[in-house]
Structures are given as structure tokens and as C-alpha cells.
Ligand binder design. Sequence first.
Ligand SMILES: C=CC1=C(C)c2cc3[nH]c(cc4nc(cc5[nH]c(cc1n2)c(C)c5CCC(=O)O)C(CCC(=O)O)=C4C)c(C)c3C=C
Ligand SMILES: [Fe+2]
Ligand SMILES: [Fe+2]
Length: 319
Amino acid sequence: MKDVSGRVLVLANLGTPAAPTAQAVSAYLDEFLTDPRVVQLPQWLWKPLLRKVILPRRSPVVAGKYASIWMDDGSPLAVYTRRLAQAVQARLPAWRVVHAMRYGAPPLAEVLRNELAAGAQDIRVLPLYPQYSTTTTASVADAIAKVRADDARIAMLDDYHLHPAWIRAVADSIRAHWQTQGRGERLLLSFHGLPQRVVDAGDPYAAQCEASTAAIARELGIERAGIDLAYQSRFGKGKWLQPSTDARLHALAAQGVRSVDVACPGFAVDCLETLEEIAQQEAERFRAAGGESLRYIPCLNASGAHAEAIARIAEDAWN
Ligand SMILES: C=CC1=C(C)c2cc3[nH]c(cc4nc(cc5[nH]c(cc1n2)c(C)c5CCC(=O)O)C(CCC(=O)O)=C4C)c(C)c3C=C
Ligand SMILES: [Fe+2]
Ligand SMILES: [Fe+2]
């Protein structure tokens, strides 16, 4: 047994469907998109619209996208999160390291209750979101609050967007890509987007994405202006953070840029939004707009460098 001290580290990620089917995608999106942290509309208005109009149309389409990236042992987000927890465990022998999902399985609240019942003394939750957002990180805090343990037994980290070990791991992964694949004409960092009104209401996410990007540039020894920062995965019709990854890539192609390296450092592990949206869809659109190659740089996933960084972040926060 590894949990000699009763200390548990929970790596919490967003979650993903259980299968690449319309039914499983619908169940997952229903849980995800009825979280008032994620879609901040009156629930009496939003729930019928979601359940009667959006999910029946969207779920089969999104299931097809998941099918195109599904791995032998499951959804990439689940597979890499599980492997990352194992790799972190190997580096933190004094802790028991597990993973959990905010939506879908294994459910965060259930994992916390089970660990408390098994006698955990200190539970430390590390959301796998480098940048804090009210739409993601705060929702992890909500799930913790529902378990209603003594504060002292469960603590949570808010963000690690400037932790030197994480900045170095991201910069090293970009450098390794440059060394093995050659360097593209441009480097674009694509982060998940947010509705502009969430940012206007005070969400620190965009400022943290900016700060991470500046720190990654410094670590790479390049000017901040040498990196394009853009926001992807817009959902719905409202205004989202600008510039959009889609528009930025299109503009680069139109300016005659032939090759662009794209990394998604806001995503701890590869998922639908990186593998399908960026590495497949955006790469295709970039070529259609006149570019030659969009070279996708994988997320840190379950690499030794990522596990090392996460272990260091946990130790710095709680040791
Ligand atoms: C209003 C809707 C959404 C907000 C706000 C939002 C914020 C947000 N999301 C992530 C990380 C991920 N999102 C993923 C998928 C995904 N996100 C939304 C909507 C919002 N996200 C939807 C509807 C979906 C599902 C796919 C689709 O229907 O288009 C994923 C991938 C999950 C997977 O299974 O692979 C991640 C990861 C962040 C970090 C964030 C705010 C900063
Ligand atoms: Fe999302
Ligand atoms: Fe998307």
C-alpha cells in the first residue's frame, strides 16, 4: 500500500463521454452543460432548449468526432488522465494518487467520498486546468463543497499558470518539436475560449493565458511578439474571447505563411478539442486557405516531464 500517510492527491479533469455514441455524448453534455458555472443562463430557459433542440442535433455529430479520435482503451482525455495519475504516483511515493472527472466517470464527488470513507486524512485536489476559470476550476470547488468535509481534510489548488516546472515542461515540448520536425514559420498557442461576458464579469482566465504565454516566450528565449495567442472551441452564438484560433490561422495563411506550429498549453492532456478540432479540422482549413502545414504539438499528456511538473506543483503547494 502506498497511502502510508493517509495523504491523497486527486488529479481532477473535466470529463468525457463513456463511449463515442450519440447516447453517451448526450448524457455527458447534459451533465456538463446544465452546470450553471458553464452556461450562465436561467435554467428554466436553458434546460428545455438544450434537451429538446441542442442535444438531439449536436450529440450524433459530436459522437462522430469522438469516434475519429477514440483510442483502444477509451477517450483520449480519460486514457491520458489515467496514465498521468499513474506517472505522478511513481514520483510521489508518500501520497496515494488518483484521478477523477468533474463530469462523467469516475465522478469527483464519489471519489472524494470513497477516499474519506477509506480513512484519508488529507485530500488535495489538483484541477488539471493550468489557468483558473469560473467555468471550470470554480466548478471543481462546487463539487468539493457538496461533499461537505471539514475544510482541513480537503484542499484545492486554484491554478498553476506560472509555475516554473510547468512553464519549462511546455517550453521543452515545443523545443523538442522544433528539433525533431524543424521549426515552422510561426508559433501559435491556442487556448480554450470563453464567452466575453464571463471575462467582463471578472474571470481571470484570459489574463492568466496572457501571462502563461509571456512566460513560455521567455523560457523559449523568444519575444512575446513571436507567439500568436488565440482562443478556440467557441460554443453558441454569443461573442467569445478574441482572436479566434480559426480566424487567426486563416489570416496567417492569407498573409502567405506556409507552416505554423500549434500547441494547446491550456489543455493538460489531448482531447476532442485538440486532436479533432486543431490537429484535424484546423489543419485541413489551414491548407484550404493556402497554407501548407499546420504542425500540431501534442499536449504534455502522461510524459515524464509532465508527471514531474505536476508532482512538483503538488509538493510546492502542500508540503
Ligand atoms: C459554454 C460552453 C463552454 C464553456 C464556457 C467551456 C469552457 C472550457 N472548456 C474547457 C475544456 C474542455 N472543453 C471540452 C469540450 C467541450 N466544451 C464545451 C463547451 C464549453 N466549454 C462543449 C460543448 C464541449 C464538448 C464538445 C462539443 O460539443 O463541442 C473539452 C474536451 C472533452 C473531451 O471529452 O475530450 C475540454 C478539455 C476549458 C479549459 C474551458 C474554460 C477555460
Ligand atoms: Fe469546453
Ligand atoms: Fe470544439
